[in-house]
Design a protein around this ligand. Structure first.
Ligand code: OXK
Length: 449
């Protein structure tokens, strides 16, 4: 696993991983997460050397227990509660011939699923309606209605499916051809290597936001943009740590002009709208390059960049259903219903790998080797994990102990909280977040107040 990540990234994974506690799974989930964070740590250390902040890459150390805990909830509220992870309808339902997962956390996706099923948002009504469908037919109908759902497939079925075939031929990290050019000097320090680096964040829910949260932990200024009506209450306290978050209506001329100004002054763009969505907003690759020839990009999608499902909306939990992970979990655990990974590991690993790819691209640029951008997908990360069945049964639960938590109280808009300690260390650098988690749209759409 480390070897594949190393060659995809083009950086030696020299970070030491400490601890051997593992999450329970039939796949090497904790190993995947640790290797992805080792990629971040190793690339960050290489960057410190590349930009002349140290004469050699500083030692880096990854804490497997903390990495695994970060894949659950990273904030531990004091006197308040995190909203539930799932809305009232989301979940696995029995079809005539198998299982389907409905992802209905976002209101427009819920409307799409319910309109296909022709029922009100009630689990019992949904279950009765789903039972009259075949899984793939319902999946297709919901996707055609711009919703999100995934039928449960076995790994063999996925490897034979045209999308599974396409994903298997994609690289873990697809680098573009690169272009000549130099980076703007952002003025990082040994303590905070990314201080002054501007990261524009057009990502949602977990995977992309984990990438930008990781860069913020190294000192980057991260500005996240969302449409004014976008809401992800169940993950916001976890993923907005260290970021500025602003609203922009990008399909208006003022909103687009604001984004163009932000893009022109950015160093990095991390995005996770569906492929083609930025083009639809008049901000396709050429336009972005014209606005900012120095811009490094890291992008993700759900199901890969080639094949019939390239462009399909998706989430980690759906990709796990499609690619055989939920079915393998069911057999392994002797349960009678789809059994996903104990955490949304495809999201977290893909997010860390996007952060690592950004750091590797900065390294390359700093060494005068041009400007490059990377593309990743949840499905390709899933393909990596599914080839690594666990040989040791993990037992780690997701409840942290006091020693796992930072002693500092984080003051959030929802109340005080304690954040997990950082999942890795780098000698001479403070891994920390300069601001607490915040509501979406809380700041102005500018690089500073
Ligand atoms: C997350 C999504 C499922 C959300 O789907 P959708 O709600 O249908 O969003 P889309 O990205 O397709 O965007 C819908 C449309 O809104 C437009 N759009 C986007 N932002 C704006 C703003 N600020 N203003 C105006 N319009 C906007 C965008 O251009 C699209 O236009 P049109 O193109 O004209 O429709 C999808 O973005 C996606 O599959 N992303 C790639 C994978 C990913 O990041 N998944 C979430 C992480 S996984 C995860 O965290 C998890 O498992 O949990």
């Amino acid at each position: 696993m480390r070897g594949e990540i190393e060659s995809a990234l083009g950086v030696d994974l020299f970070a030491e991983v400490t601890g051997d506690e593992r999450l329970p799974s039939c796949f090497e989930v904790s190993e995947l997460l640790s290797a992805s964070v080792a990629a971040v740590a190793s690339a960050a250390s290489s960057l410190v050397e590349a930009v002349g902040l140290a004469s050699s890459p500083p030692p880096v150390c990854v804490h497997q227990r903390l990495v695994s805990l970060w894949a659950g909830r990273s904030i531990h509220p004091v006197g308040w509660e995190m909203p539930p992870v799932w809305d009232a309808v989301a979940g696995d339902y029995r079809t005539r011939d198998g299982w389907i997962k409905l992802h209905t956390n976002l209101a427009h996706h819920r409307r799409a699923a319910l309109s296909v099923l022709g029922v009100e948002p009630d689990r019992g009504l949904v279950a009765r309606a789903v039972a009259d469908w075949d899984a793939e037919a319902l999946e297709t109908a919901i996707v055609d209605a711009n919703g999100v759902a995934a039928a449960m497939r076995s790994r063999d079925e996925w490897l034979r499916h045209p999308q599974g075939v396409a994903v298997a031929t994609e690289p873990l990290i697809a680098w573009d051809a690169g272009r000549p050019g130099s980076l703007r000097s952002w003025g990082g320090t040994r303590d905070r290597p990314l201080a002054g680096l501007r990261v524009l964040d057009l990502t949602r829910v977990i995977a992309g936001p984990v990438a930008t949260r990781t860069l913020a932990g190294l000192g980057a200024t991260v500005l996240r943009i969302d449409p004014p009506d976008w809401e992800e209450a169940n993950v916001v306290p976890d993923v907005t740590l260290g970021k500025r978050c602003a609203h922009l209506q990008l399909d208006t001329s003022e909103g687009k002009a604001s984004l163009e100004r932000l893009l022109a002054d950015a160093d990095v763009l991390v995005h996770g709208y569906r492929p083609g969505a930025l083009d639809g907003l008049g901000l396709g690759a050429e336009a972005r390059q014209r606005l900012n020839p120095h811009l490094i990009e890291a992008t993700l999608d759900a199901y890969g960049w080639t094949g019939p499902w390239a462009g399909r909306r998706g989430f980690d939990s759906l990709v796990q259903m499609s690619c055989g992970i939920a079915e393998a979990g069911m057999t392994w655990s002797s349960r009678t219903e789809p059994t996903p990974l104990p955490v949304q590991a495809l999201d977290h690993a893909t997010g860390y790998l996007m952060a690592a790819a950004t750091l590797a691209a900065l390294c390359k640029g700093a060494r005068g080797n041009g400007i490059g951008s990377a593309r990743l997908s949840l499905a390709r990360t899933g393909y990596l994990l599914a080839r690594h069945p666990a040989t040791i049964t993990g037992t780690l639960g997701l409840r942290p102990e006091q020693a796992d938590l930072s002693p500092i109280t984080e003051r959030t808009p929802w109340g005080d909280g304690r954040r997990l300690r950082p999942p890795f260390d780098m000698q001479g650098t403070t891994i920390a977040w300069d601001s607490p988690a915040t509501e979406l749209g809380a700041t102005s759409a500018t690089w500073s107040d």
